[in-house]
Ligand binder design. Sequence first.
Ligand code: HEC
Length: 205
Amino acid sequence: MAIRAALLVASAFAVAAGAILAARRLPAWTPTAALRASFATAAPDWLARLEQDETQQACSRYRNAPPKVVADAILAREKTRITYPADGKLMGDWKKGEALAQSGYGGRYTDVPASAPNGGNCYACHQLDPRELSYGTLGPALAGYGKIRAFAPAAVQDVYKRIYNPQAAIACANMPRFGANAFLTIDQIRDLVAYVMSPESPVNR
Ligand code: HEC
């Protein structure tokens, strides 16, 4: 008897679970739909960050390996989103750049309202100054980056572009578009270029 009762209870649960699942069946599940559902009560300017732009949509669709024609279209579009300083100077103050490379400030719940400028958080993904012990490895090591390139002006230009908008260099880059997304200013980006490229910077000593 006890076994029959247990079986009855178990099958009742199975029927109920099936009904609940059927009722909750969502339309097509996508990561974007899941994100929207998770942040349903977020402020509108936060919700806007969940909407992919054309470039992100293309990279998602092709799992970051778009066919050449799509990749070329991304590179061309993202190039138009780079702004250069009016005075043409691409290097600022490496000391300020060092502080920015170390700072992960900005864009977090705890940073609203903002009480400091956004940081570049470069150390989250890169080694830079070889004496710094704490760094991430998602991006390549950048110790000696300027020195290895003989501090060439073309390399300075490349680094400026790379920080301003990495997706103008690699269609589906894994690095944030700091300038194109207005997360860092032109002056901050110049300071970061100096940190990576100047002979005086500890990155190159
Ligand atoms: C979220 C991780 C991440 C952050 C933060 C990040 N990067 Fe990167 N970076 C990458 C990755 C990954 C690459 C390799 C190419 C790619 O996929 O974008 C890269 C490539 C680079 C390159 C080109 C290296 C080469 O191959 O010649 C430079 C220069 C660079 N990053 C500088 C910076 C600086 C300066 C900062 C801070 C403002 C920064 N990165 C922040 C992930 C990151």
